[in-house]
Design a protein around this ligand. Structure first.
Ligand code: GLC
Length: 468
């Protein structure tokens, strides 16, 4: 009989419980798809009680988890959702906080979680063949595995980079006192004179993955790797890029409850109603001018500067612009100011609002995503599903998911160089084509592109099997 691979998948965000970005979407949908492809995968998360009612969970037990010299309480809860088991790691001191990240003691909080993963593996009757960790918050887990849990020698570590911008850097002073790691092992974590958790995970894992093939290539370059290029190159032999998917049942304009009127690739008549309702909601005139959307974290690497620099020229066209997102104060204030000075043309909403985002995808014609770097990007895929055609820079996962309008199956507009001129030209092309019959064809291609998880889930399963 063929053995079913067992995977424990560790992360700090997971939809529908709580999320701050794309990671939450991936953790909320990838395990389900991998399970459907024939793997026994379970998810482990910190318990943030504002995202889930503890009373609805099953209590598995209580253990103690060492955090250096501290001995911390750790409750273990579980839940089964669509056939996938989720474990929740409870400790109110660490996780009963106003926000998931950005606390003064994030290092200690996630060191606790990373240690708890192995203590819980010890506690459970179910033993994984593979532990897959995601981003810096869980990056200590493969390091702890190597240094402190020889009893689990046969378990393999997969580490997945969703965004190398955030590496988990700390002063060396907390190495022993918080992380409980001996001075002689400092070199495993050391980079540029400080502790770098992601660097440690890259060195210690058995397989390193990232969220698109192009980003995997780009990570060898310091520009994209935020300084870790040489570390990535040294570990290139175990690196693989697998493109993210989206939950195409959740993101379906035929059934999505958030949109004003349902529609699909075969009958797009409801799309016009969504546009009208959105214009009314945003106090924009109800016209047929292309409605352009920016739905993004307002951060520099998302290419917000390009939008800012090209905006003067873009506004000369007969278009409308909606900006939905939050992030750097500087950008929030800039777009709010533009809203005030161009009412009826620009509408800015400074928020992270899932429901409104769905309405904006459904009601808009064009999505701008000129990222400087983009590991994968999910917004371009969601936009396509809702008939909102993306203009993207050919980088990372954007390059792997969007084809230029002038090739077969073209589902968007691509530009190469991070320059205002190239970006503006791509936007201008989209705006010009919008009023021609060609638009319906591009939009149809976008709406029917397969962005589901099936293919990538099979790649993960293959990767897991190659490890055991
Ligand atoms: C991060 C990346 C984004 C990716 C997401 C999920 O948020 O910035 O590109 O899509 O993780 O992997």
């Amino acid at each position: 009989m063929k053995k079913t691979v067992k995977v424990l998948f560790a992360a700090t965000e997971c939809n529908p419980f709580w999320a701050t970005g794309g990671l939450g979407d991936v953790v909320g949908s990838l395990p389900q798809a991998v399970r459907n492809a024939g793997t026994d995968i379970r998810v482990i998360l910190p318990l943030f009680e504002y995202g889930i009612d503890k009373n609805t969970l099953k209590k598995e037990g209580v253990i103690n988890v060492p955090v250096s010299w501290r001995n911390q309480y750790c409750g273990i809860f579980s839940l089964e959702r669509n056939g996938v088991v989720y474990y929740f790691v409870e400790n109110e001191y660490y996780f009963k906080r106003q926000s998931i990240y950005g606390q003064y003691d994030d290092g200690e909080r996630f060191a606790f979680f990373s240690r708890a993963i192995w203590e819980i593996v010890r506690f459970l009757d179910w033993k994984p063949d593979i532990v897959q960790c995601n981003d810096w918050q869980t990056a200590l887990a493969p390091v702890y595995h190597k240094l402190m849990y020889p009893e689990f020698n046969s378990i393999k570590d997969v580490f997945t980079i969703h965004n190398i911008e955030y590496q988990g850097k700390f002063d060396k002073a907390i190495l022993g006192d918080v992380f409980g790691i001996d001075e002689r092992d400092y070199s495993l974590l050391e980079f540029d004179g400080c502790i770098n958790l992601m660097k440690g995970a890259i060195e210690c894992c058995d397989m390193l993955t990232t969220v698109s093939p192009t980003y995997a290539e780009q990570l060898k370059d310091d520009f994209y790797a935020m300084g870790l290029g040489n570390i990535i190159k040294k570990n290139e032999y175990k690196l693989k890029g697998i493109l993210n998917g989206i939950d195409d049942e959740l993101y379906d304009p035929r059934t999505d409850k958030a949109v004003f009127a349902s529609f699909g690739a075969d009958d797009t008549s409801g799309k016009a109603e969504n546009k009208r309702e959105l214009q009314k909601l945003l106090n924009l005139p109800v016209t047929d001018a292309p409605l352009i959307a920016v739905i993004s974290r307002l951060a520099a690497h998302k290419g917000i500067d390009l939008i800012k620099f090209a905006l003067g020229d873009i506004l000369k066209e007969d278009i409308q612009l909606v900006v939905l997102g939050k992030g750097d104060r500087y950008y929030e204030e800039y777009f709010s100011y533009m809203h005030q000075t161009s009412p009826g043309k620009i509408c800015t909403i400074v928020a992270f609002n899932k429901d409104l985002a769905q309405k904006v995808y459904a009601g808009s014609d064009i999505l701008l995503m000129p990222s400087k770097s983009e590991p994968c990007g999910l917004s371009q895929m969601i936009a396509c599903r809702y008939g909102c055609v993306p203009v993207v820079r050919a980088t990372g996962g954007l390059k792997d998911s969007i084809k230029n309008y002038d090739v077969k199956g073209g589902n968007g507009f691509l530009f190469e160089k991070y320059s205002t001129e190239e970006f503006y030209n791509a936007v201008k092309t989209a705006v010009d084509i919008y009023h021609t019959p060609k638009w319906a064809e591009i939009r149809h291609n976008a709406m029917t592109t397969d962005f589901g998880w099936r293919k990538s889930a099979r790649e993960y399963v293959k990767l897991y099997k190659s490890l055991i």
